[in-house]
Design a protein. Structure first.
Length: 472
């Protein structure tokens, strides 16, 4: 059974799914171990505050988006009066207040391209059906709660009084800025969670009835999950990660991205009306399409302020992950934390890979070399420079030369597609040099990106490397 955590709905457990912690020889006293077992190992309703219990009852009774909006308003209004367990949930739900109808507003943008619209609608349909499958409300013959469908509707459907419609990605960026950055919604959430006294000796409990409904669980065996400073720091890391991604998104021009996607879709065959012929999309094709929109991926005036700020949040996210590992190592692997969400028993077996990953991430964060786990080669990615001196135009990273030859070739007397046709061969090394100091030739670009793909934790460099491999 999945142990979901709605309090981390704005966070990201992906930050720690690839990183672990080295099991330390924790020599806590018998008395302290006994305390841990009594507080962490026996997660139960007795550990919930009366206010949290009342919230659970109110939450599972949600029937529609208006009900959820009312709860968000109450959480915001009464936050300072709440005990720690309810504050932990409330602090991460409150930022959703300004995002009502976002899916509806974005869909108005997506319809400009049949490809983008189809992908967006398909994704939302999968999400909606998944909610009804895993937590079916009573109206669907299930024993779950309608709250999750209500939250989905809150974020995706129009509501009374909404008149705004996005006509460009710039409108979406302005909306995100207003409702997450300018109003300091993320700053407040991070500050609130950081202040909470949640540790292995003062844990809080998550009640899975919030996910599966009031009639679920005959006993406490799978109903309750313990949250300690490990989970608290993961929540903080997730919020810093979202803040980082938000600021990067606000730093560049994406206004023509939907038009570019539409052109790519036509080549792929996703939006072709007969007698159109799907032709596949090579790196040459993608580069040509992107370059046909000169303003796409250019830095906005906000980049000078937001990119350095994004780097600060990236560092804070890594620091919080490090704190989570230290807390997990201190607990060790024993039966006292069977009920913990981030159970050391599930994390510590991956300690070697996870330790190396965390070490590499810290090195990348500081512009230090990292080593391929496959070949032993090293690569240096100057991540700090990417944020303190951000590229003025991401298109500079596009390939400048491609493999020649025929689109079709003859093999064993049969005509077949040449899958290397239009493959990228050369890049502008002057564009890469500030961020990949080891690049001295075009072949070095491909080499460095290959090495990063072989480094434990190399995914951490995803923002700069994705920007640099738009059309590889």
């Amino acid at each position: 059974m999945k142990r979901k955590l709605v309090a981390l709905s704005l966070g990201s457990l992906a930050l720690i799914s690839h990183i672990g912690c080295k099991n330390s020889a924790n020599s806590e006293s018998k008395a302290k171990e006994s305390t841990v077992k009594s507080r962490v190992g026996n997660a139960s309703e007795e550990q919930e505050s009366p206010a949290y219990k009342a919230f659970v009852s109110e939450f599972v009774a949600i029937k529609n988006a208006d009900d959820f909006a009312a709860i968000l308003g109450k959480l915001q209004r009464d936050y300072n009066t709440y005990p720690v367990d309810l504050k932990f949930v409330a602090a991460q739900l409150i930022p959703l207040s300004g995002l009502r109808g976002l899916g509806y507003l974005v869909h108005n943008l997506a319809v400009q391209s049949k490809v983008t619209d189809s992908l967006a609608v398909t994704g939302l349909m999968v999400t909606a059906s998944g909610i009804n499958l895993f937590s079916p409300p009573p109206t669907n013959g299930g024993s779950g709660t309608a709250a999750w469908s209500a939250i989905f509707d809150y974020l995706t459907l129009p509501f009374a009084g909404v008149s705004e419609k996005f006509r460009s990605v710039r409108d979406l960026q302005a909306f995100i800025h207003t409702n997450l950055v300018a109003n300091k919604a993320l700053d407040i959430a991070i500050s609130r969670i950081s202040e909470l006294n949640i540790t292995v000796n003062t844990p809080v409990v998550w009640d899975n009835r919030l996910v599966y409904g009031a009639s679920g669980f005959a006993d406490s065996q799978d109903r309750f999950v313990t949250l300690t400073d490990s989970e608290k720091n993961v929540a903080i890391a997730g919020l810093h990660s979202i803040y980082h991604n938000t600021l990067v998104f606000l730093s560049y021009n994406y206004d023509d991205s939907i038009k570019a996607m539409d052109k790519v879709g036509r080549l792929v065959g996703l939006d072709v009306v007969l007698p159109g012929q799907p032709d596949g999309v090579s790196a040459r094709d993608r580069a040509k399409i992107i370059r046909s929109f000169p303003a796409l991926f250019t830095a906005l005036p906000t980049a000078a302020e937001y990119m350095p700020a994004a780097y600060a949040h990236l560092k804070a996210s890594v620091e919080a992950v490090g704190e989570a590992w230290r807390a997990t190592k201190a607990q060790g692997n024993n039966s006292s934390n069977d009920f913990q969400l981030l159970s050391p028993a599930k994390i510590l077996p991956w300690q070697r890979i996870n330790d190396v990953s965390l070490s590499n991430i810290k090195a990348l964060l500081n512009g230090q070399p990292v080593r391929s786990a496959v070949t032993g080669e090293t690569v240096t990615m100057n991540i700090p420079a990417f944020y303190t001196n951000p590229p003025q135009n991401m298109q500079a990273f596009l390939p400048v030369a491609f493999k020649s030859g025929d689109q079709n070739i003859v093999v064993a007397g049969q005509t077949t597609r040449n899958y290397h046709y239009g493959e990228a061969e050369q890049w502008d090394i002057n564009a890469f040099k500030p961020y990949m100091p080891g690049v001295n030739s075009s072949t070095d670009v491909a080499r460095d990106i290959r090495i990063l793909g072989q480094v434990w934790g190399g995914w951490f460099a995803s923002v700069p490397t994705v920007a640099m491999t738009i059309a590889m």
